[in-house]
Ligand binder design. Sequence first.
Ligand SMILES: NC(=O)C1=CN([C@@H]2O[C@H](COP(=O)(O)OP(=O)(O)OC[C@H]3O[C@@H](n4cnc5c(N)ncnc54)[C@H](OP(=O)(O)O)[C@@H]3O)[C@@H](O)[C@H]2O)C=CC1
Ligand SMILES: CC(=O)N[C@@H](CCC(=O)OP(=O)(O)O)C(=O)O
Length: 343
Amino acid sequence: MTIKIAVAGCTGYAGGELLRLLATRDDVEIGALTAKTSAGTKLGQHHQHLTTLLDRDVLDTTPANLAGHDVVFLALPHGASAEVAASLGEDVLVIDSGADFRLESAQDWAAFYGTEHAGTWPYGLPELPGQRERLAGSRRIAVPGCFPTTITLALAPAVSAGIVDGHDVVAVAPTGPSGAGKSLKPHLLGAELMGSASAYGVGGVHRHVPEILQNLRKLGAAAPTLSFTPVLVPMSRGILATVSAPLSGPTTVQQVRDAYASAWADEPFVTLLPEGLWPQTQSVLGSNYVHVQVAVDEAANRLVVVAALDNLAKGTAGGAIQSMNIALGLPETQGLTTMGVAP
Ligand SMILES: NC(=O)C1=CN([C@@H]2O[C@H](COP(=O)(O)OP(=O)(O)OC[C@H]3O[C@@H](n4cnc5c(N)ncnc54)[C@H](OP(=O)(O)O)[C@@H]3O)[C@@H](O)[C@H]2O)C=CC1
Ligand SMILES: CC(=O)N[C@@H](CCC(=O)OP(=O)(O)O)C(=O)O
């Protein structure tokens, strides 16, 4: 069976990574590639690394251009997905990289995005309890944000096992500018970015806070609280999150390791590193893996977890393809790499 796919938002970073991962698959046919202001250009003008697709035309994002595909990936700015999705048949698998359909609470949506809530689709994080079953056969999938994937997975086994209860979670996460998309932003110009690290979205205002709390509740946390600080650093891709939370009771690091190893024994893309190895962004670049390491800070009585992923791979496009595989009944790992790129 050949799966005919379209990518709306093909000229952006997420669209480019989707195509990098999909173009080499024998079971995938690359159909329409669409955008907005770039319509009428060639894909090679935007993604010179996509060698076999350089001559492909970038079309306008219209219902007619997106018709006739088995899967349509939406890699559009927040707020643009609902209208496009509404024009696609219910039999078409629509996978949205944006935030529009991630949150269950319309109040949270209004508070953090300031527009009308479009709705809620099955959430594309298969590692959450029961989520593979929800994704199987689904025709609408909301891909998680890159920080929510990192921070949720960092804590998931600990919350599920009751090692922490999800209150007073503190997360600090350096990330690269590719997370902000390709459009021009003054604070992302090379001169401002190079050689400097800067916090942003400080004080509980980043829009990923409600999404992470929603995930922690799904893992069993009754009343989770989170203080989250993203930090922009000069590396093109990657997230390295350090997440800590108070221990529920006396716990050794071996007990924590056992809980993580057992929770992830069958997970294809999340792993607890061997003792002594701490996650590095470079080791997961281009791969769909999340690398995790744990420690117990006895003096502070806190669990400390460090997690690394590639925001464009497992954090967006790789996660989207993992969910597509599940939805279509394909092997979950098809077309996704486990090895990073180094040095
Ligand atoms: N970058 C990342 O690491 C992550 C991104 N995401 C999400 O993925 C989505 C895409 O992000 P990203 O690729 O970084 O963004 P970019 O800004 O790099 O790309 C946006 C794309 O959408 C197109 N576009 C913009 N407005 C419209 C519109 N109204 N109709 C049709 N096409 C439009 C642009 O086309 P044109 O060239 O014509 O302007 C471009 O192709 C966002 O919702 C983002 O939040 C999620 C997790 C991580
Ligand atoms: C550096 C930078 O700005 N990163 C982005 C990452 C967001 C993302 O990629 O996820 P969404 O799909 O929810 O936008 C940010 O912090 O908003």
